[in-house]
Each structure stands twice: as structure tokens, then as C-alpha cells.
Design a binder for this molecule. Sequence first.
Ligand SMILES: CC(C)(COP(=O)(O)OP(=O)(O)OC[C@H]1O[C@@H](n2cnc3c(N)ncnc32)[C@H](O)[C@@H]1OP(=O)(O)O)[C@@H](O)C(=O)NCCC(=O)NCCS
Length: 142
Amino acid sequence: MAFGSTLAREEAFTDDVWRQRAERGASGADNVTFVAEQDGRWLGIATGLASDPDVPDDPRPALVGMFVLPEARGRGVGTALVNAVVDWARQRRATALCLWVTATNDPAIALYEKCSFRRTGESQPLAHSPAVALFRMARDLV
Ligand SMILES: CC(C)(COP(=O)(O)OP(=O)(O)OC[C@H]1O[C@@H](n2cnc3c(N)ncnc32)[C@H](O)[C@@H]1OP(=O)(O)O)[C@@H](O)C(=O)NCCC(=O)NCCS
């Protein structure tokens, strides 16, 4: 429920799709994915998109797909991933970075608030579960 996509949709992707996602950003492309790794094991992942798919007219980039393995939580991995996407957005000279979060996702909201994101006042239903609300947060980068 934390994500706009579903497990079934993501599991149906071929390895090629995951390779493309991992490669994005490598040569200055529009989107980037960061992986937090320890001893060869992936602990977490986060992606920066050049524009928000839900608000295509908005020039500000978006932070999406933030996930940390349950056993790796609470030791700064999420913060490090947010900071990596913030640095990427700054390098693109973006004025702000935006994201959507489920209104009931207290750990994620706390993470983003600690990382200086604030609610914009915008909200929308979660596409695959419309009874659940998403709200938007933004962090100024200037
Ligand atoms: C949200 C998530 C990414 C946080 O990752 P994390 O590595 O545990 O985050 P950090 O250790 O960097 O935590 C940073 C701050 O966030 C807040 N926070 C994180 N988890 C929290 C929790 N369970 N309860 C309350 N606050 C929490 C705290 O303020 C914490 O700072 P502190 O440790 O000094 O108190 C992780 O819980 C997760 O993957 N959740 C499932 C997927 C998800 O919800 N993704 C977000 C989609 S928008």
C-alpha cells in the first residue's frame, strides 16, 4: 500500500526492465536509481524521476520507489537514499524535489519530514486502492 504500483505488476517485468532501471542515470539520463548496498547485499533502493508522472506539467523532479529491507530499517539507510536523490536533483539545478506518500505511512512521513520535506496541500487517491489517500510533499533545494 506504500506504492502506486502493485507487486503483481512489478513481478511481471522481465529482467531487461530491471536492467534498464538500474542503468538509467548512468550517462546523465533523465532518471536515476540508487541502491544501498552492504557486503554485496542490497538493503534499499530509491529512484529520482526528472518529472512527476502524476503531474507532468510540473518541472520539478520526483522521488519514487523508496524501499529499505525491514531488517535494515532504523539505521539511516532511508536517509542516505533520500540524500542521494536530493544531490542528483541539485545537480540537475532543480529548485525542489517532490514525492507522494500514503497518508497512513507514518514511518515514511517521519523520514521525509526529518529530511525537510513539507506537505504541499495536494492530495489524490492511490490509483489501485482509491479509498487510500496520498498526499504530496516537497523540499526546496535553493
Ligand atoms: C520509510 C522507510 C524507507 C524508512 O527507511 P529507514 O532506513 O528505516 O529510515 P532511517 O533509518 O533513515 O530513518 C530516518 C528517520 O525517519 C523516521 N523514521 C523511520 N522509521 C520510522 C518509524 N518506524 N517510526 C517513526 N519514525 C521513523 C525517524 O525520524 C528516523 O530518524 P531517527 O532514527 O533519528 O529517529 C522504510 O521504513 C521502508 O522501506 N518502508 C516501507 C516502504 C515505504 O513505505 N516506502 C516509502 C514510500 S513513499
